[in-house]
Design a protein. Sequence first.
Length: 387
Amino acid sequence: MKRRHALRLLSTTALAAVGCKTLAQSRQEPSDEIGVEYIIESLERDFSNDIEGSLHEIALSKGLFYGSSTKSPALKKDLDFSRQVVHECGVIVPEGCLKWKALRPSANAFDFSRADFTYEFANKNNLLMRGHTLVWHKNLPNWVHETVDANNAEQIYHQHITAVAKRFSGKIHSWDVVNEAVTFRNGSSNYLRDSIWLDKLGPSYIETAFHLTRESDSNALLVYNDNGMDHAGYRYDKKREAVLNLLSDLKAKGAPIDALGIQGHLCFRDLEFDFSKLSQFLSDVSSLGIKILITELDVTDSKLFPNPDNRDKTVAAIYEDYLSCVLDEAAVIGLTTWGLSDRYTWLSEKRPRKDGLPVRPLPLDSELRPKLARNAIARALKNAPSR
Ligand code: G3I
């Protein structure tokens, strides 16, 4: 039995053995317990690294890509960091500068300055750039909520998507055209998340976005991007089911969708995986003729034990087990971590540790030194089947 399947059983058994409620058992509230046996097993693993090359070079040797999200101020001001980005990555994706709040200071204006800087950085360093994201319910400037109504919504929506996609036409590897449009509400058959776009434009806002983007950029891969599809448990099962429904519906309607973006924000709380269910989901997506990208990979360590060396081992184990599963699926074409270094991670602000210790979710530490997580990602890429 492959390690990961054994580990899954171990973690399920472990949770039972140590009295932890698994997510499946506690259908409504996520388990706050951590799989103790999983952690103990991870501490016994050897993550020493004898794999030559940058993460992108290792990925490329298997026909995959590796990259990271970036923030333009860090690229501008932190030369040591930007050098590491250029060394390790083949792709970058801006965390903020292609979102509405960065691009749209007002209803009548566009500000492409940060996006243009990031593209120039990528182009100058022979990096590909992902686009994130043309349509999201979050990070909208105040004027959108204050002025968009049933009469002007279509014009504002069409104008934004077309103007941004045309500006970067031919320069974007893949666009997260729509982000996080699916949610699972207990008992509801309607899986579309409430948003200003759904409210003003109806469910067709999603396929409209794909058509508008394709009309503006004939090259970019067009991606539907979402979270909550990685772990075991009832709400993850329902999210995977709902996303598959959306993808099937979009394909049936002839929407020009090329790929699913699985964000991959692996959570401390839902540590359990069910790799057989995850593999089946990836296979079902692939059966629709849709490729898969892992778009925002990181591992929250907020509730893991304080000792950084032990935390690093468990985080590395999670990266290796998850990637060993997803990279087995031929439809997966590459991955980007949501950050390269612990120096710049959204988790510091959004999922801080209660003990106040710095979080350690990413391949490089805050001093830009490689961590066991980097070795684990390298090993999973090296062991992946070639595309
Ligand atoms: O740039 C301003 C700065 O000038 C100002 O002083 C500061 C005040 O708080 O805000 C700064 O902007 C912040 C921006 O990140 C740049 O760092 C925003 O407040 C903050 O809300 C924004 O958070 C980003 C968030 O998306 C919302 O856009 C995170 O960095 C980013 O990691 C996060 O990424 C999302 C993906 O887009 C979708 N999937 C989930 C993921 C994590 O939430």
